[in-house]
Design a protein around this ligand. Structure first.
Ligand code: ISE
Length: 337
């Protein structure tokens, strides 16, 4: 990204990619990066050395320290898939160094971390980050967006997001790590900001949690976003009503099985299966970004605006009231005035 090559990726020297954070998501992205003819994995870093070693061995890369990879001279671009609260630590120097970044969502665990990344990219004066809101690449979500373009203004959105997660996460993480996707989906499909949010948290007797967000949207529409942790499987659905009709993703985009008197649709266990195509298409789009020298797709501003909604939702969990979402003016870099 730093030299804005603008050449055909297949003919060019491969762009050298460092993977910062080699857990489940980082190693998944590494596989997609290695499959791109224009990209090559040259460095792998993780605070858990064995995780970095596994990725390095698989792709013939070197193991390095995460802080070093973010600014290494022989790394052109980075995938940042470390823990949420460390995204700013690696993204800020990588941006200052002119590296293209595929940065996992969210921008951070806190608004202060989101602020740091926004300030860094605004200071750089150009978009370097593609943020990992990969539902924008999911074929089912893309079809919903295409239908909505013909159905007129959106009046309401319902999102359902279920995880089958063995660990019990605090409500803060359910909102900043999981519901943040659904918050982004609302902004993306309506093209409008969320003005205010109410939150309802349901604890079950075994400690599992459901979180329901009710969002008012600047366009006048309303969104209800339901997240269920430790559910029966992994599912993400969105249903949108518009003035001219409705569009929805189907719950199970996989094959049906029929045997004597039984028809079965398999429910997946995690996001790697449900969003396999989206993650592959995301890295393909990122490779095109890197060879063109410009970042496209979900932006740092998208991450910032979604984080502001998550932040207001956390206030709403405690207050029980409708909480306003406050956003600074959108910087010119992201289409603001
Ligand atoms: C995870 O980080 C993801 O991005 C998944 O898409 C989401 O379903 C899950 O809740 C998150 O923890």
């Amino acid at each position: 990204m730093s030299d804005g090559r603008g050449v055909d990726a297949a003919d060019a020297t491969p762009i050298r990619v460092g993977i910062i954070g080699c857990g489940g998501m980082g190693s998944w992205h590494a596989g997609n990066v290695a499959a791109q003819p224009g990209l090559t994995v040259v460095a792998a870093a993780d605070v858990v050395p064995a995780a970095a070693e596994a990725v390095a061995t698989r792709f013939g890369a070197r193991v390095d320290e995460p802080d070093a990879v973010a600014v290494a001279d022989d790394v052109d671009a980075v995938v940042i898939a470390s823990s949420d609260d460390s995204h700013a630590r690696y993204a800020v120097p990588a941006i200052a160094d002119g590296k293209g970044c595929l940065l996992e969502k969210p921008l951070g665990s806190t608004m202060a971390q989101a602020d740091e990344i926004l300030a860094a990219e605004v200071a750089a004066g150009r978009r370097l980050v593609r943020l990992g809101f990969m539902r924008e690449l999911d074929p089912a979500h893309v079809q919903v967006a295409a239908h909505l373009a013909e159905l007129g203004p959106v009046t309401s959105i319902r999102g359902v997001h279920r995880n089958l997660d063995p660990s019990l996460r605090p409500v803060e993480m359910l909102i900043t790590q999981s519901l943040i996707h659904d918050i982004h989906t609302v902004r993306w499909l309506t093209g409008s900001e969320i003005d205010s949010v109410r939150a309802h948290v349901v604890g079950r007797s075994d400690g599992f949690r459901d979180v329901l967000l009710v969002c008012t949207i600047a366009s006048g529409a309303v969104a209800t976003l339901a997240f269920e942790d430790q559910a029966f499987g992994y599912e993400v659905q969105v249903e949108v009503t518009a003035e001219g009709g409705m569009a929805a993703t189907l719950p199970h985009p996989r094959a049906v099985r029929r045997s004597a008197e039984v028809e079965t649709l398999t429910v997946g266990a995690d996001w790697f299966g449900r969003f396999e195509d989206a993650y592959r298409l995301e890295v393909e789009a990122w490779a095109a970004d890197l060879s063109a020298g410009v970042a496209t797709g979900p932006s740092v501003w998208d991450g910032y605006a979604a984080q502001a909604v998550a932040d207001a939702a956390l206030v709403a969990v405690d207050s029980g009231a409708e909480e306003p979402v406050t956003l600074p003016p959108r910087p010119a870099l992201y289409g603001g005035s």
